[in-house]
Design a protein around this ligand. Structure first.
Ligand code: AMP
Ligand code: MN
Ligand code: MN
Ligand code: MN
Length: 289
């Protein structure tokens, strides 16, 4: 396996262990069918699915990097940090993620109370019906319930009308600190990557602050080709990666066959001028062919 920019690496997706709808085993099959050559399961704030992903990838003959996507509070906004190639048995990381997840249930109860005030009742119990991991109730599970109950037409419609800053159902939350998330990943032997930088609506000054602080804490990568970026952003963030000397990553952010725009393995490749994050993780790849 040649670890250059042309590799079909898909290093960002979600299973039932967070807010995806497929099992780790079903995702392996889908990744194989989509032509993925190197895969990572990156559940939100949770690495409980990693051993299943490693085992299923081994059985399917698919090269695998451990993964997670950590929710971080930065400059009053939520930023996602993807971790790749870390030791998934790292006690520090397991404990840090457990603490990060801890606030989700009280937050979900507050979200339901807020929705009840605008006439939407039973949202906590409704969202729970979609939850695969009781430790990880997410806005996505609320969105699926609101669609099913007929309050909205689809998941993006829910996020437009509810569940985002300033809308009923949104509850501000304090997530992990940037320094901690990057530290857990790095000290467990992995590489920290800024997820979908084009999604944060930062000013150039805020984005500069995020990237420089991230690098200061030991972060080394940035997503360039992701299901969350436009084609123009593939080019923009390729420039950003080069400007800051960051390793480039690629991943669909696949959640669900019905909801996700981009399937596993279906994105364009990274530009050849970039250094892919997987080239720096050669020793961390499980069952490389
Ligand atoms: P949470 O971690 O509970 O705040 O939920 C965040 C998740 O909601 C993200 O990982 C996405 O899967 C989903 N999400 C956030 N914004 C949107 C949006 N505008 N449209 C669809 N899904 C979204
Ligand atoms: Mn998600
Ligand atoms: Mn994300
Ligand atoms: Mn994601």
């Amino acid at each position: 396996m040649n670890l250059d920019a042309t590799l079909n690496a898909d290093l960002h997706c979600h299973s039932v262990v967070s807010d995806g709808t497929l099992t780790p085993e079903a995702l392996v099959e889908r990744a194989k069918a989509g032509g993925v050559q190197l895969w990572s399961l990156t559940d939100h704030d949770e690495i409980g699915g990693q051993q299943r992903a490693i085992d299923a990838a081994r059985a399917a003959g698919l090269a695998y990097l451990t993964g997670t996507e950590i929710s971080v509070s930065f400059a009053g906004r939520v930023v996602h940090i993807v971790g790749l190639g870390f030791d998934h048995e790292s006690p520090e990381m397991i404990e840090g993620l457990r603490a990060t997840r801890g606030g989700r249930e009280p937050r979900a109860r507050e979200m339901a109370a807020s929705l009840a005030r605008v006439g939407i009742h039973g949202a906590f119990e409704g969202a729970l019906q979609y939850v695969g991991n009781p430790d990880l109730i997410s806005r996505t599970h609320f969105a699926r319930f609101l669609v099913e109950a007929g309050h909205c037409t689809d998941v993006p419609d829910v996020f437009r009308r509810y569940l985002t800053d300033g809308k009923p159902g949104f509850v501000p939350h304090k997530w992990a600190a940037l320094k901690d998330a990057v530290g857990w990943i790095t000290r467990a032997g992995g590489i920290a990557v800024i997820a979908h930088p084009g999604r944060y609506d930062f000013t150039p000054t805020e984005e500069y602050a995020l990237i420089t602080e991230f690098i200061g804490h030991g972060g080394r990568g940035i997503e360039v080709v992701t299901g969350s970026h436009t084609a123009a952003e593939f080019v923009q963030y390729a420039d950003t990666a080069l400007e800051f000397g960051l390793l480039a990553s690629r991943g669909s952010d696949f959640h669900c066959p019905e909801e996700s725009r981009i399937d596993l393995g279906a994105l364009p490749p990274l530009a050849g001028r970039l250094t892919p994050v997987w080239a720096a993780l050669e020793d961390r790849i499980h069952h490389r062919a």
